[in-house]
Each structure stands twice: as structure tokens, then as C-alpha cells.
Design a protein around this ligand. Structure first.
Ligand code: CUA
Length: 173
């Protein structure tokens, strides 16, 4: 869904750029007094520049409110299931692979050797969440599955010849 939207949005913006270049090329033939044009467009530049700064500030403040991202909100008495995940060349050691719908889960992800990527995919191969699996470090991934099914864990970072074989299934009932 996001890809066609991104594609169409890019096309629209790219055509704006093409139109702007086309207009400039067309107008470049005509000669006009530079002074008044300069004054007018310096004003415009100040206006649009300030507008852009204000707009970006607003967007930045709005989107940073949620920091740090990926923090779960558990209800009282709703302790998460903690799952240890260790990536290695080439597979996964996962302490638990069966879960329930609505069960809050914390994956504690680390690596036994090199850096891997821990990605959880649904049956349509849409990625749900991911983190890096790093040696001597633990990254936490919080997830609560909304739908039953078989989910796949894939390595998301090229880690050697059998990188593509790092696949594990988890089941949600
Ligand atoms: Cu592990 Cu790629």
C-alpha cells in the first residue's frame, strides 16, 4: 500500500520539478530589468524560507513527542513474555516460538558471532518489526500479535554465505 503511494507522490513532485525547469527554460529567452525582480524574489525567499523553518520546526516537535519510540504500554498485571533470541551463523536460538493473540512479548535479541538482523514478517511477507542482533549487546523488540498465524523471522543483514537460510517460524494462536 505504501509503495504505490510513495511512487505516485514521487511522480507528482518530479513533474513539478520538470515543469519548473521547463518554465525557466521558456522564460530565459526574454530580457527584463533585473532590479525589481531581485527585490521581489529576495522578499519571497525570506517569506518561504521562514515559512519552511516554522513548518519543519512544527513537524519536528510533533514527531519527536513520541520519543523514545518502540516503548510498550502494558496494563496493570499484564506482564510481558520475555523471549531470549540469539542469532548465529546461520540460525536462531529462540527460547519460545508459540504465543497467543494479545500477549505482550519482549524479544531480547543478541548475537553469538557477527551482526545479524532480526525481522518479524507476517504471512504476506510484510515486515512487522525489526532490530539488529549484535554481539555483546541486547536489543529489545516489543510486539503484541493481533492475529493468529505463522510468522517468520528472517535475518535482515548479510552475514555470510548462508545468510538466506536464517529463517525461523513462530506460531501465534
Ligand atoms: Cu544472519 Cu544474515
Amino acid at each position: 500500500m505504501i509503495q504505490p503511494v510513495a511512487w505516485i507522490t514521487s511522480l507528482i513532485f518530479m513533474s513539478f520539478v520538470v515543469i519548473a525547469f521547463g518554465l525557466v527554460a521558456l522564460k530565459s529567452k526574454g530580457k527584463r530589468d533585473y532590479g525589481p525582480i531581485k527585490k521581489k524574489w529576495y522578499k519571497a525567499r525570506t517569506f518561504y524560507g521562514s515559512l519552511l523553518v516554522i513548518l519543519m520546526l512544527a513537524v519536528t516537535i510533533y514527531t519527536l513527542r513520541d520519543l523514545p519510540y518502540n516503548q510498550p504500554a502494558y496494563g496493570e498485571g499484564n506482564e510481558p513474555t520475555v523471549v531470549d533470541v540469539e542469532a548465529y551463523q546461520f540460525g536462531w536460538n529462540i527460547s519460545q516460538t508459540e504465543f497467543s493473540v494479545g500477549e505482550p512479548i519482549e524479544f531480547e535479541v543478541t548475537s553469538a558471532d557477527v551482526t545479524h538482523g532480526f525481522g518479524i514478517y507476517d504471512e504476506d511477507m510484510n515486515i512487522l518489526t525489526q532490530t539488529q542482533a549484535m554481539p555483546d549487546y541486547t536489543n529489545t523488540v516489543y510486539i503484541t500479535f493481533d492475529e493468529p498465524g505463522t510468522y517468520e523471522i528472517l535475518c535482515m543483514e548479510y552475514c555470510g554465505l548462508a545468510h538466506h537460510l536464517m529463517i525461523e517460524e513462530i506460531t501465534v494462536k
